[in-house]
Write a protein that binds this ligand. Structure first.
Ligand SMILES: Cc1cc2nc3c(=O)[nH]c(=O)nc-3n(C[C@H](O)[C@H](O)[C@H](O)COP(=O)(O)O)c2cc1C
Length: 185
């Protein structure tokens, strides 16, 4: 018997109605049977990272509850999918902050990871991807083939309900979901 594969979705946007949150849902809707996505909702609860706020085993300092919740969500996941906007040619601080909270752990080590960078701009998203990939390399994540995707002009590829209407994008999202689940076996 094969067990259900747990995919953790992480949106780099906190915005209500975020296109990146909608893209996570679009991938979730297309996952192969036997895989389920849970979207993490606690990025906004994380403190700004600073090393002295991290648990200190020698002094017995406990892990902050919001940080513990984030780390447990990563640990439980067979694979992680980040979908993020581009902010000022990089990634939103809230996402970088969350990733910084994982640096002192081995939670992302060889963890299959998918990455979507979506922007309404004609050439948007590429700089967010270029900024994010080195951080994911530092965390030693494993990005399988077909699992990193820049989606420029994203609003032209969705309808008002957030359904992906562009056939090539829909196909790429299905492929990404299948590859990510395949890599987590
Ligand atoms: C502070 C800020 C900076 C932005 N910088 C960029 C940028 O550098 N490149 C880009 O393509 N879009 C940029 N955008 C536009 C975002 O890509 C756009 O708002 C996107 O829809 C946000 O994603 P969301 O719908 O998931 O919230 C920026 C938006 C904001 C609010």
């Amino acid at each position: 018997m094969t067990s259900t594969k747990a995919i953790l979705g992480v949106s780099g946007s906190l915005r209500q109605g975020s296109t990146n949150a909608l893209l996570l849902r679009a991938v979730a809707d297309r996952l192969p049977s036997g895989a389920v996505m849970t979207v993490f909702d606690g990025l906004d609860d994380l403190h700004h990272f600073s090393p002295e706020r991290d648990a200190d085993h020698e002094n017995g300092t406990a892990v902050l509850p919001a940080v513990a919740r984030w780390r447990e969500a990563i640990a439980r996941a067979d694979a992680v999918l980040i979908s993020t906007p581009e902010y000022a040619f990089g990634i939103p601080g809230v996402l970088k902050n969350a990733l910084d909270w994982a640096v002192s752990t081995i939670l992302f080590d060889r963890k299959p990871m998918g990455v979507l960078c979506a922007s309404p701009g004609f050439e948007g998203g590429h700089k967010a991807m270029a900024s994010l990939l080195p951080t994911l390399t530092a965390l030693n994540t494993h990005i399988p083939e077909g699992c990193s995707l820049v989606i420029s002009s994203v609003r032209k590829k969705m309808d008002n309900e957030g359904q992906v209407t562009d056939a090539a994008t829909a196909e790429a999202l299905s492929r990404l979901g299948a590859q990510l689940v395949g890599a987590s076996e």
